[in-house]
Design a protein around this ligand. Structure first.
Ligand code: NAD
Length: 639
């Protein structure tokens, strides 16, 4: 992409905004490109820090590119803008929470969207030309991209002043208000950048930092604190009108150009964010409440029209300066109903290797491909899956992948496949095993993967092939938080729930416990149907009672073993699996192996294991669904 230049330079991940003619205004594609680069560098040990800069001397970044938002929003389509904001805020949060130093060089204008990229890192450098502002209230928005958080943390009422008047900060002001950290004269920037890239540390920044110019805002703070002490716009406006001081008059003149609803909501947001318990994610959430409604219910479309499209600078705001009802502020800041803002990694277009395309793996891989991931699959057997390209070997599927998913029959096979693919995978990639295997194998594979610089997760599933096809699986996940966060969007695509159960192996532990309950309840349900038959109780009546009484369970309600009763299940298909009895036996054995190893007393688990063993090894259970226990019991008597 020519609008942004992203590369590794020495020890630095280096991002250069490259639209100088457009004052480096941030496009949607630039946001996604920054996010992807930050994720790739996060776990890359050769990248020690991130440097963000921009071409041209007029601006670091003058804001978000809002032309497309106006085009779509003015025709009543708000989804594009909402998606832009969600994706932009997620990227801003990544900058703010980045585990490595992020150094930004902020020449000229840094406004709005530029603040989101440039003012949340660890080392924010300003120079002589720096002019930083949050001008959103002027176009019917509120200070967003995390700017509200910076404003709320600025000294005294400086945040209210900057947010409402949209006044510009010079370099000294920006450091005083907490939007920047270091003042370095701009002619020293090229050499400072060169040394932080080659050294991989920030020492030269501090060596070159000078005393910043005096802050005008700091001098005015006592006055600002007095003028902007009130919580509502009406009261702030009244105070300003009553003042004869020149500063107050000027502040009033600046503020009276801006959108009243935006300013009233800005005040409310800043007050809420002053609570110490709220962090920057809370700020993004509050901001999104407003911005997601700003086209339909706020002044954003009118604001862009007046400022950028017709440029008449005469917006027709919805309210007068003292006429914003409190109820409208509450309404704009109500929790969002539609698509929510999330902070998990955006993995659309992620490169995924998928190994083991059986009953479960094939539909899971198909769902990932449908969600526009680039999925390459491999299975020992020849399998083709819609939308998934086929690799010749497991290593080929794994080599370039950001995430490799395995869905294999057992722990021995998992260990063998892991030994093949771990050396082929790129450092920092996630190895996500969704098979059900023994805890020891899960932990051994995780240790090998970690030693090779990978992020391992054990994430067995529940929900069966129905859940795999419908994308409604539950994942029980063991592994590091970083790995879990990275894989979270994939869990959301393949399933409806994921639970992070702790460190490596804990996902398998949860799965084994769950399936021990499942084996026991399925046997109990089948026994009870066979007993009901003998007592002359109609199966439908039995189902109607139990499924709504204290005997209910997933085995009865969702997976009823009696054909023709309850929802459609393998029993309606001649007990073709579904979840095969031998897989249930495998899981029960894993539970007993774990119970032995940990000295846990599990008498019902033991009995269920023995029953499924007989069923699979000595009776007709092999290859039949695990609910085929019902016909087994039907045929038997007590003796
Ligand atoms: P499956 O037998 O249908 O699929 C396993 C696939 O792995 C097969 O296609 C096989 O060819 C492939 N495979 C075997 N060895 C391989 C190797 N060395 N390299 C590449 N591919 C290889 O099994 P499934 O039902 O899809 O189950 C997969 C896992 O999910 C198991 O661990 C199972 O316990 C678990 N599980 C299954 C269900 C279910 O309802 N089927 C539910 C929850 C969990």
């Amino acid at each position: 992409m020519t609008d942004i230049y992203i590369r590794q330079d020495g020890h630095a991940g280096r991002i250069t905004l490259n639209r100088p003619k457009a004052l480096n205004a941030l496009t949607y594609e630039m946001c996604l490109a920054i996010e992807n680069a930050l994720w790739a560098w996060r776990s890359d040990p050769t990248v020690k820090l991130v440097l963000i800069e921009a071409q041209g001397n007029k601006a670091f970044c003058s804001g978000g590119d809002i032309a497309e938002m106006f085009a779509t929003g003015s025709s009543g389509d708000y989804a594009y803008g909402q998606r832009f904001w969600r994706d932009e805020y997620r990227m801003n949060a990544l900058v703010a929470e980045y585990p490595k130093p992020v150094i930004s060089f902020l020449q000229g204008f840094t406004m709005g969207g530029g603040v989101g990229v440039g003012c949340h890192g660890s080392h924010r450098v300003v120079g002589e030309s720096s002019k930083i502002a949050m001008p959103e209230c002027g176009i019917g928005l509120i200070p967003d991209v995390g700017g509200s958080y910076l404003l709320a943390r600025a000294p005294g009422r400086i945040g209210e002043y900057l947010g409402l008047t949209t006044d510009r900060m010079g370099p000294g002001d920006a450091i005083f208000a907490g939007f920047a950290d270091l003042y370095i004269p701009e002619d020293a920037w090229p050499s400072v950048k060169a040394s932080i890239c080659s050294d991989g540390n920030v020492a030269s920044l501090h060596a070159e930092a000078n005393q910043p110019p005096a802050s005008r805002l700091q001098a005015a703070q006592p006055m600002i604190d007095r003028l902007f002490a009130d919580r509502t716009l009406k009261d702030v406006v009244r105070t300003l009108r009553e003042e004869s001081d020149e500063f107050a008059k000027e502040a009033f003149s600046k503020l009276s150009r801006n959108a009243p609803l935006s300013m009233a909501c800005t005040l409310e947001i800043l007050h809420r964010l002053r609570s110490e318990s709220l962090d920057i994610r809370n700020a993004f959430e509050l901001e999104y409440r407003f911005t997601s409604r700003s086209m339909e219910k706020g002044d954003f479309i009118e604001g862009i029209r007046a400022a950028i499209i017709t440029k008449d600078k005469a917006p027709n705001w919805r309210h007068s300066l003292d006429g914003v009802p409190d109820a409208e502020v509450t309404e704009m800041l109500r929790p969002v109903e539609g698509e929510q803002l999330t902070f998990a990694r955006n993995t659309q277009g992620m490169k995924i290797g998928f190994i083991g395309l059986g009953n479960m793996g094939a539909p899971m891989a198909a769902n990932l491909a449908k969600a526009r991931h680039d999925v390459t699959g491999y299975d020992m057997a020849t399998v083709t899956v819609d939308g998934v390209s086929t690799a010749r070997t497991a290593e080929d599927a794994a080599r370039e992948a950001d995430v490799v998913i395995t869905m294999l029959p057992n722990g021995d096979i998992l260990r063998a496949v892991a030994a093949q693919i771990i050396p082929a995978m790129r450092k920092g990639a996630v190895l996500l095993d969704c098979s059900t295997v023994d805890v020891d194998s899960a932990r051994a594979v995780a240790a090998d993967a970690e030693a090779a610089g990978l992020l391992p997760l054990d994430a067995p599933v529940s929900g069966g092939i129905g859940g795999a096809a419908a994308g409604t699986l539950t994942f029980m996940v063991g592994g590091s938080d970083e790995a879990y966060q990275t894989a979270l969007p994939l869990f959301e695509t393949m399933g409806q729930k994921s639970v992070h159960c702790g460190s490596s192996g804990n996902g398998q532990a949860a799965k084994i416990c769950n399936n021990m309950i499942l084996g026991v309840t399925m046997i109990a349900t089948c026994e009870a149907f066979a007993l009901a038959d003998k007592l002359g109780l109609d199966r439908q009546a039995m189902y109607d009672v139990v499924s709504t009484s204290s005997g209910y369970s997933w085995s009865m309600n969702a997976y009823c073993p009696a054909p023709g009763i309850g929802p459609k299940t393998p029993s309606d298909n001649g007990y073709a699996p579904g979840f095969a009895s031998e897989l249930m036996l495998k899981d029960l054995r894993l539970s007993q192996q774990a119970a032995d190893a940990s000295d846990a007393d599990t008498p019902l688990g033991q009995a269920a294991t023995e029953l499924y063993r007989q069923f699979v090894e000595e009776e007709e259970g092999l290859g039949r669904d695990f609910s085929a226990m019902l016909p087994r019991f039907e045929k038997r008597g007590r003796g």
